[in-house]
Design a protein. Structure first.
Length: 344
């Protein structure tokens, strides 16, 4: 099964001036990730500098692809794996990932991340460094593309339509399924068999094909009657679970009928699953093998903007009040801290 593992432990850090090019000349010390190196010297919060992050880990090939994912690095970064350049990212306020499969070897490996901070850049205080979580992702050729699930809700009176577009990469027949849950109650579900070489209908449109793999966008719809609406006073949320399962060639599932959804199943009424919650939201049958399971929160609400009357949420007039609140945590710096954020 495809997996995403928290990769925050075991990092070391060193800081240098902008003219340093060889990290071997630096002294590294253990560091906690997330991390902001600028906040440690409050007398020079705009110091031009380079932060070097390194980590050693043992690798055993057990998947087709291995990626390293960064939720946030400020600002310009370059990644090296076992001394080889593996990729770069030149923006500090978005997540990104690098495919490092070709640079890894069985046994011990070293990752080096070079992060360059130069002021002026974005605003009064940005922080610098790996200020969000780091993840290691292992996946099969058959997978859901990163951030590749797009959910749209549409109100049709008492019935709501939920359209789910799923971007996938496959080289064999797979089953893509979605279900909407409220707690332990199943609200709606749908599923389709997707074939790698098929093209024609919009929901099976082939986006890209190379080396026998197909990049596709699969579209399915679910319907929910009278859901509990989301509002600021009652923020009702449902969970939508998307699964990719490998089709057993010997099973009795018909490959001639690609659409096996059940839109008649209507009831009144966002992370990759880890081992602790797979049993709660993910399931497989005897004829399919679970490849990937992703769950996200979803809410139902209507929004209207009237040039004369203003903003309406679920038909109710509401005044919008906002503050200029950035992601940093004041004197604690830009590194994410759960306790501090809850307090704020």
């Amino acid at each position: 099964m495809n997996e995403k593992i928290l990769f925050n432990n075991g990092w070391k850090f060193a800081k240098s001036s902008l003219d340093v090019t060889d990290s071997n000349l630096l002294t590294f010390e253990s560091v906690d990730i997330p991390h902001d190196w600028l906040i440690y010297n409050t007398l020079e919060l705009y110091e031009d500098s380079i932060g070097w992050y390194c980590k050693e880990f043992t690798y055993n090939k057990k998947s087709d692809q291995t990626l390293i994912c960064f939720d946030g690095v400020y600002m310009d970064s370059k990644l090296y794996v076992n001394g080889e350049f593996a990729g770069e990212w030149k923006y500090g306020y978005s997540s990104f990932e690098h495919d490092i499969t070709e640079f890894l070897k069985d046994g011990e490996n070293e990752i080096l991340l070079k992060v360059v901070y130069q002021s002026p850049n974005s605003r009064w205080y940005s922080g610098a460094g790996v200020y969000r979580n780091v993840w290691l992702k292992r996946r099969n050729i058959n997978h859901i593309v990163t951030n590749g699930i797009y959910i749209t809700t549409k109100n049709n009176g008492s019935k709501w339509e939920v359209e789910v577009d799923t971007e996938i990469n496959i080289d064999t027949d797979v089953l893509i399924s979605h279900k909407i849950m409220q707690g332990q109650q199943l609200i709606a579900s749908t599923k389709e068999i997707v074939l790698p070489a098929y093209s024609g209908e919009n929901s099976f449109e082939q986006v890209k094909s190379d080396a026998g793999n197909s990049r596709k966008m699969n579209t399915q719809k679910l319907f929910v009657e009278n859901p509990l609406l989301w509002s600021t006073e009652q923020p009702n949320l449902y969970k939508i679970v998307t699964q990719m399962e490998l089709i057993d060639k010997d099973s009795e599932v018909s490959h001639d009928k690609r659409d096996i959804s059940d839109d008649s199943q209507i009831c009144n009424a966002s992370h990759i699953c880890d081992e602790n919650n797979i049993r709660d939201v993910c399931d497989t049958s005897d004829t399919e093998q679970l490849i990937e399971c992703i769950s996200q929160n979803i809410g139902f609400r209507t929004i209207t903007l009237d040039p004369d009357k203003g903003f309406f949420l679920n038909g109710q007039s509401m005044k919008l009040n906002g503050v200029c609140e950035h992601h940093d945590l004041g004197a604690l710096g830009a590194a994410f801290n759960v306790t501090a954020l809850k307090r704020r």
